[in-house]
Write a protein that binds this ligand. Structure first.
Ligand code: 5GP
Length: 233
């Protein structure tokens, strides 16, 4: 990863996990930048303060170790379910990318790979679903395995399932499941962790307004943290 401004390599640092790797210009266009350039562009000091509060108070639900050992188990289950088949694995961007990057190298079955981008959230409130990126290939008559970061209301998965009617089969593998938040009937076939209630979580690919995706842990983003950050800045 190279900085779009100074062209230097972007170092993976602890702060980057909080601050992200992008800044927006006046037109709202995103640029991939290093920490030095980000400091010139952005309100980094404020963000660092915010980050400090979050580190101190955000509750960790699952550690990296717990997540990765669960992913190993999921890989075994997927191998078993697709024995003798070649699943057409579709990663739902951006949230499931980190999960996918860990899961796919652990699979023994051969598979085809594709990506889609569906968007259903602005902040912590459910919004309408947008189809931002369609898959490059065709799933017609194939055994589709959709990889999701989290199934919440279920609307996103129902939208995807509707689109994939011509597939031979469609299964869902999700890192997290929030069954109590379901608005439509949909069940995942492979589930990393089931969350109780309707918490909003971040980390391991899951963001809050583009932040915290890079966390290696899954953390709780509670309302009071959100309110406190807004009060501070
Ligand atoms: P659904 O359509 O099932 O309500 O939502 C699916 C999408 O909403 C997920 O792919 C994810 O991007 C987002 N989402 C749902 N719950 C959460 C959450 O607790 N945290 C974050 N960061 N995103 C969530």
């Amino acid at each position: 990863m190279k900085c779009e401004i100074c062209k230097n390599k972007i170092q993976e640092t602890f702060l980057k996990k909080f601050l992200g790797t992008h800044v927006k210009d006046e037109k709202g266009k995103k640029h991939l930048v290093c920490f030095e350039c980000q400091k010139k562009y952005d309100n980094v000091k404020e963000k660092m303060l915010e980050a400090l509060w979050l580190v101190l108070f955000m509750k960790t639900l699952y550690t990296q170790k717990q997540i990765e050992s669960r992913i190993k188990e999921l890989a075994k289950d997927i191998d078993k379910a697709y024995e003798g088949k070649i699943p057409y694995i579709i990663c739902t961007l951006i949230g499931a990318k980190k999960f996918c990057n860990k899961l796919l190298p652990l699979l023994n079955v051969a598979y085809e790979y594709d990506e889609i981008k569906l968007k259903s959230y602005g902040g912590t409130k459910a919004g309408e679903i947008l189809y931002e990126k369609e898959p490059l290939g065709s799933w017609k008559s194939k055994d589709v395995l959709l990889i999701e970061d989290i199934v919440d209301t279920g609307n996103t998965m129902v939208f995807a399932l509707e689109k994939m009617k011509s597939a031979n089969s469609v299964k869902i593998c999700t890192l997290l499941d929030k069954p109590e938040a379901r608005e439509v009937k949909v069940e995942a076939n492979f589930i990393g962790f089931v969350l109780e209630g309707k918490p909003f979580v971040v980390g391991y690919g899951l963001d809050y307004n583009e932040k915290f995706r890079e966390f290696d842990e899954i953390k709780l983003y509670e309302d009071w943290i959100d309110n406190f950050v807004k009060f501070l800045f």
